[in-house]
Design a protein around this ligand. Structure first.
Ligand SMILES: N[C@@H](CCC(=O)N[C@@H](CS)C(=O)NCC(=O)O)C(=O)O
Length: 215
């Protein structure tokens, strides 16, 4: 299988985390920027990640790819048996994506010369804090997002936790995590896992290459 990816993309990083945690062999294709036209023939939305399966089927949308990998490779499950527990894991991942990553990306993509830039950033920071409060309430404070073993929630949380480091700098908001100690500590906890540490380091290298002043 081939994964079209970008090191810093939190969505692509979520799929790398899924694959690494499950020991799934993947051929990684790290696309140079701009990449959209290079994948236009395999995905109509021209976004990463894209997974091309062994039989040549292209799958896109990170959550679809992650769920496919979870269903196809069952040796190391990242979702438990109980439907309620599965739902709670998916809920944490979804909240992290919608309520934290989306406003963080809005800040990341804001042009340097945008009118009322700091005001716009502050508005997105308020949204991020609301999202972090949701995550903080649900996280267990253990080694992983929801306990002492990795789940699909970590595949989203780890990349998003990384991505908020440059966002703190971009936003002049060094105190962003002050009210969220479990989320803050999550970076160090989860990176004790080799697979998640690898994803963190790949994102770090991607940030060095793309926006070195934010490292
Ligand atoms: N909903 C998509 C979002 C993926 C996404 O936004 N990827 C970004 C990189 S982080 C991208 O490829 N952007 C290129 C573009 O929008 O032109 C998913 O879950 O896979």
């Amino acid at each position: 299988m081939k994964l079209y990816s970008r090191p810093l993309s939190p969505y692509a990083a979520a799929i790398r985390a899924t694959a690494y945690l499950k020991n799934i062999p993947l051929k990684l294709v790290d696309l140079p920027y701009p990449f959209q036209e290079q994948i236009a023939d395999i995905t109509p939305v021209k976004r990463v990640p894209v997974l091309v399966t062994g039989s040549g089927t292209a799958l896109f949308e990170a959550i679809i790819i992650a769920e496919y990998l979870e269903e196809k490779f069952t040796d190391t499950p990242l979702l438990p048996q109980d439907p309620k527990d599965r739902a709670l894991i998916r809920l944490l991942a979804r909240m992290a994506e919608l309520e934290v990553l989306t406003p963080a990306l809005n800040i990341f993509k804001l042009p340097a010369d945008a009118a009322d830039r700091q005001q716009k950033i502050d508005a997105q920071i308020a949204v991020i804090k609301r999202g972090l409060a949701i995550l903080e309430e649900r996280m267990t404070g253990e080694a992983y997002a929801l306990g002492d073993h990795p789940t699909l929630a970590d595949c989203w949380l780890l990349p998003i936790r990384f991505f908020l480091e440059p966002i703190k700098k971009l936003s002049n908001c060094p105190t962003l995590f002050d009210d969220f100690p479990k989320f803050d500590a999550y970076a160090a906890n989860a990176r004790q896992d080799d697979a998640l540490a690898t994803v963190w380091n790949e994102m770090h290298d991607g940030l060095v290459a793309a926006r070195p002043h934010l490292v």
